[in-house]
Ligand binder design. Structure first.
Ligand code: SAM
Length: 419
């Protein structure tokens, strides 16, 4: 769609919410469709902001809607009401504009209903910021069982918080860049940037001086502590932040991913930053290469429940059965990673998941099945991990409230293979 015929940004927001809730990864795919890419920068940013506000506050919005609707409306109408309320409550859209534009997008026979629900909800004002409503109940129950009620509620509270953008620096500390970006420096050395807009226009991007990577995501590659000239393999590499870290630390890196499309992003990152790595499309569980490496990183595919600050839709798309299926895949990937570690070498396993089946249970199972590996505990403060994330077991369980301003939820463990 060209700029002369822009998509209505509210209609675009509706489509984004629908895509996000339809399936995992749906939001990212929808954001790269020609219809969305053809919009003006401002309209696209607005559509995205509306969709994100609706997804971030989906729990509280749905409670408001449930209290006002006697029976479930068709799903597209619920989605429309979601974006209407998100604009009025969290995006400073004046009430009259939120009502009018929402009613205008409703099917004719339901306009009266949409009008009444919007006006009624706006009269009552924004719903209270109760963390109990922010997460899907089944996930909140899981987090409560795993971490206790106080931590579970603190995790849920982060769902409503809009995250800053964290950058990992290719060449380490850079005060000039931090000042230019008005960035805070996190304990691990990431730059935390509050500005918005296209990152490709920020200082240092074109020169490849940094890449976008959450402060928690940067911990696992650091924990591998690769030395200059060591060999390292990143078994699930795309989009590539950890590959770039390993290459920037001076390792000779092999980066694998099952998806050729996603591996292209790794290559693009390498090209932009001027770093090098061997890149291969392969299934890490079946990769026939018999090489052994000093350092092996398995940043496994997972439920991604820890990434809800940037992907709140992941919470609403997740299903209990997915966690079990992903846990089985992670076990297979860990088993296949083990022989790739040279005797005396290290294996770091990480997932951006808050679910113990994908983290603690994997490592307990792995250590029980592989007697030639022992856990190599993280030292306090090592790898820039928040102090609260270091567990008595020696692995890292990073929870989203462990860093002021929020951080993605991650599990990270380092093992060493006996000599
Ligand atoms: C959590 S992401 C990795 C993120 C990446 N380490 C980074 O820091 O940018 C998981 C990746 O694993 C890939 N993947 C899933 N199953 C795989 C398999 N069996 N073998 C190799 N890659 C796989 C996915 O395509 C996805 O890119």
């Amino acid at each position: 769609m060209d700029k002369a015929a822009p998509t209505n940004p509210r209609l675009a927001a509706l489509r984004l919410v629908q895509a996000a809730l339809a399936r995992r990864g749906g939001l990212d795919d929808a954001l790269s469709t020609p219809a969305i890419l053809g919009m003006t920068v401002q309209d696209r940013a607005f559509a995205r902001a509306v969709a994100m506000a609706a997804l971030r506050h989906l729990g509280p919005i749905d409670r408001v809607l449930d209290s006002r609707l006697r029976k479930d409306p068709p799903e597209p109408v619920r989605d429309l009401l979601r974006i209407g309320l998100a604009q009025a409550f969290w995006l400073d859209t004046p009430d009259f504009a939120a009502v009018d534009t929402t009613v205008a997008l409703a099917p004719q026979p339901l306009r009266g209903l949409v009008n009444a629900v919007m006006r009624g909800a706006l009269r009552d004002g924004p719903p209270p910021d109760d963390p109990r409503n922010l997460a899907p109940p089944w996930l909140l129950a899981r987090w409560t069982a795993a971490y206790g009620e106080a931590d579970a509620l603190a995790i849920a509270r982060q769902i409503a918080v809009e995250p800053a953008t964290d950058l990992t620096l290719r060449d380490g500390a850079n005060d000039g860049l931090a000042a230019q970006l008005e960035a805070e420096v996190t304990p691990g050395g990431s730059l935390r940037v509050r500005r918005r807009g296209d990152v490709a226009e920020w200082p240092g991007y074109a020169e490849g001086q940094w890449w976008v990577q959450d402060a928690a995501a940067a911990v696992s590659a650091r924990l591998l502590a690769v030395q200059l000239g060591e060999t390292a393999v990143d078994l699930c590499a795309a989009p590539g932040g950890k590959t770039l870290q390993l290459a920037a630390a001076g390792a000779r890196v092999t980066a694998l991913d099952k998806s050729s499309g996603r591996l292209r992003r790794v290559k693009a990152g390498l090209e932009r930053t001027g770093l090098t790595a061997e890149t291969l499309v392969a299934d890490a569980a079946e990769w026939g290469d018999t090489r052994q490496f000093d350092a092996v990183l398995l940043d496994a595919p997972c439920s991604s429940s820890g990434t809800f600050r940037r992907h709140p839709d992941a919470l609403w798309n997740a299903r209990p059965g997915d966690i079990a299926a992903l846990a089985a895949l992670q076990t297979r990937l860990l088993d296949s990673a083990a022989p790739r570690v040279r005797p005396g070498g290290r294996l770091v396993y990480s997932v951006c998941s808050l679910e113990p089946e994908e983290g603690e249970a994997q490592i307990r199972g792995f250590l029980a099945a592989h007697s030639d590996f022992t856990l190599d505990p993280a030292a306090p403060g090592e790898a820039g991990a928040p102090p609260a994330s270091l567990t008595p077991d020696g692995w890292l369980r990073i929870l989203p409230h462990h860093l002021e301003g929020g951080i993605d939820g991650f599990f990270v463990a380092r093992m060493r293979r006996d000599l």
